[in-house]
Design a protein around this ligand. Sequence first.
Ligand SMILES: Cc1cc2nc3c(=O)[nH]c(=O)nc-3n(C[C@H](O)[C@H](O)[C@H](O)COP(=O)(O)OP(=O)(O)OC[C@H]3O[C@@H](n4cnc5c(N)ncnc54)[C@H](O)[C@@H]3O)c2cc1C
Length: 472
Amino acid sequence: MIFSNEPGPEALASVAGIRPSVYWLDRSERPTSAPALEGVHHADLLVVGGGFTGLWAALLAKQADPGRDVLLVEGGRIADGATGRNGGFVSASLTHGFHNGMERWPADMPTLLRLGHENLDAIEKTVGELGIDCDFIRTGELDVAVEAYQVAGLQHFADSASAMGEDVGFLDQAQVRSRIDSPAYLAAAYDGTGVALVDPARLAWGLRRACLEAGVRLAERTPVRDLTARGEAVIARTDRGTIRADRVALATNAYPPLLRRLSHYVVPVYDYVLVTEPLTDAQWSAIGWSGREGVSDTGNQFHYYRTTQDGRILWGGYDAVYHRGNGFGPQYDHSRESYERLAEHFLQTFPQLQDIRFSHGWGGAIDTCSRFSAFWGTAHGGRVAYVAGYTGLGVGASRFGAATMLDLLDGRETERTALEMVRTKPLPFPPEPVRSLGIRLTTTALQKADANDGHRNLWLRTLDRMGLGFDS
Ligand SMILES: Cc1cc2nc3c(=O)[nH]c(=O)nc-3n(C[C@H](O)[C@H](O)[C@H](O)COP(=O)(O)OP(=O)(O)OC[C@H]3O[C@@H](n4cnc5c(N)ncnc54)[C@H](O)[C@@H]3O)c2cc1C
């Protein structure tokens, strides 16, 4: 099925009463903000950014060395960024999927797969040990084919991933429709153990609590304005204070970076999400979705969707919007056009739910890099380290990203730092205006490929050969 982008009257009605706010964050249990930082401070380790990467970095550093003075500084509130806005798919994949990893790092892939599963297991274990109530469920993910040409691709994925020991099986049309009954589904690959689902805000708030209990100092509403090296330390300047830190871990994702070099490698790409009102029993039985598997369709422009603990469906993806000059900010957090298009696609997937109503809609920035998976580096003589570039798959990988960043910062040679993925950088994006032009060309070519049985034109084939891509 090729998704029609023209919203019909049912789609327009379904989003008419939408609340432009993030369903996960829009709750009274959201912790009150920690005080902003004022005056002159010192820290052994300064972590900048309070999303999953920063929270894991602070927690892992403190767990490894309780005597280390760790200060976490967040510009807004914890989980304000992508961490509070995502679909909550916690993937074991560190490489933005099996195929991308095999293409780029075939020799390291067995290690990357094992480390990815260990990382997911460690997240589950931490959630259990710390008693974080975040609806962490290990239900797996269905990648569904909605067009005939996608079926062979999923069969190939299931065969090659299972040959590498992954728990991925192929489901034919009847098998996938017996799990979730969409007339759009033709087949699926089901990854049974490599993906969990989580309530991302509750996980972040639980990690925030764990950081505080472990002795991490936390300042919120404290943007770091710049970093300068001074002697053996790094000085971070905030609006009302300074921090003199021995080491700095940068966990600022798609936000305007504190190191200029990062803007060559990362472009912020906006992705939008809808959440329905809770479904009635009749609506659930109309689509027969009784498990809690996450779902993703498999075009270049894809949707991801899942159920929530209180019986809603979260539906996001498809549009991946880049704004010229690495445009970033709250002015891009909502898009009526994207909401209407997403609602139309939802109804094309589930025509049984014509009377559905969406309650929430929001967007968030994805830190897209040209190889789709995280990269690391250091600056200021090794006293500053960073990780970025998860490209829309960082809920799980951020823990690995943080652990690897700490390895680099502390000068530890580990299995992680030996990986080619960690030792190399993605190809940079060209400067503007070529950047905007290239992204527009690529997006149009990907749309055409989706409408044309997946056939990639000369432009996409050239990018493929160069190992360059654009994804969300
Ligand atoms: C709509 C959407 C859906 C997604 N769905 C999924 C999904 O289902 N599964 C998945 O794996 N991934 C998904 N992702 C990606 C995932 O959310 C991110 O990869 C992950 O949350 C990144 O975490 P982070 O901590 O690196 O970044 P963020 O959560 O963005 O945190 C960065 C933090 O740094 C702070 N900051 C920035 N600059 C400064 C500064 N100068 N000083 C102080 N603080 C600063 C920001 O305020 C922010 O809180 C999605 C992303 C989006 C936007």
